[in-house]
Design a protein around this ligand. Structure first.
Ligand code: SF4
Ligand code: SF4
Length: 95
């Protein structure tokens, strides 16, 4: 039973606290020509929000739900990575 102040939240519960203002323009883009040549496809494994998927041999990226953590930017130098435009993107709530 919680004493009301120090209850630990699961990762899923913490992610549920993140609100998003979705931009129509993606702030991150993949280069399909580079992806076709890529053997590791590390983007599929590093994103904590699992926003990269592979469908029929093509890498798909869904910018909605991006936590702006920068992990994919470090994992793959071929990704065109930018922060969302002002006012868009993730809004973190800390309590
Ligand atoms: S790691 Fe980079 S180059 Fe490779 S498939 Fe993913 S986005 Fe494309
Ligand atoms: S910045 Fe983080 S959350 Fe956003 S796509 Fe890259 S790894 Fe995923």
């Amino acid at each position: 039973m919680s004493d009301g102040g120090d209850e630990k939240l699961s990762v899923e519960a913490r992610l549920g606290l993140v609100a998003f203002t979705i931009d129509s323009e993606p702030h991150i883009r993949v280069n399909q020509d580079e992806c076709r040549k890529c053997s590791l496809k590390q983007c599929l494994f590093v994103c904590p929000a699992k926003l990269y998927t592979e469908e029929e041999g093509e890498i798909k990226f869904n910018h909605e739900g991006c936590l702006e953590c920068g992990t994919c930017r470090i994992a793959c130098p071929k990704i065109d990575w930018n922060y969302p435009r002002g006012g868009f993107g993730a809004h973190y709530q800390y309590g």
